[in-house]
Design a binder for this molecule. Structure first.
Ligand code: SF4
Length: 127
């Protein structure tokens, strides 16, 4: 059986910084300490939640959502991938030295630079 055009294009890309809308996945909640508490598993956003949180204003400041990558409909799309993903993969954009040998030592109880105990990478990036 032949693939549909969507199947031929491969699996859909997921944006880990999507807008709050029905059908998105709620990945995490921003804590008062300014860190993101991830939900496991992520929770699907329904119309009521999206409407209520949008009414409160800028839900993306309080939550992290995942949804389909908009590709050409997003200013971060480079034509072949996501500029955000490229920046995240480049240690210079993370404020880290280019060589892993130059990473500062981790302090006791503190994750080493370039790691995070709170953050997890998205299941799939849009690259
Ligand atoms: S290009 Fe990047 S930021 Fe834009 S929708 Fe796709 S994954 Fe998200």
């Amino acid at each position: 059986m032949a693939d549909t055009p969507a199947q031929a294009a491969g699996p859909a890309k997921t944006c880990p910084s999507s807008a709050c809308r029905e059908g998105a996945l709620l990945l995490g909640v921003m804590t008062s300490a300014g860190t993101l508490a991830y939900l496991n598993p992520p929770v699907p956003v329904d119309a009521e939640f999206a409407a209520r949180e949008t009414e409160r204003g800028r839900p993306e400041r309080r939550y992290r959502f995942a949804g389909p990558c908009l590709e050409g409909g997003c200013p971060q799309w480079t034509g072949g991938g996501c500029a955000i993903a490229d920046m995240a993969a480049d240690p210079v954009h993370l404020g880290l030295p280019a060589s892993p040998r130059k990473l500062p030592p981790a302090r006791s109880g503190t994750p080493a630079a370039g790691t995070s105990s709170a953050g997890r990478p998205p299941a799939r990036s849009a690259r």
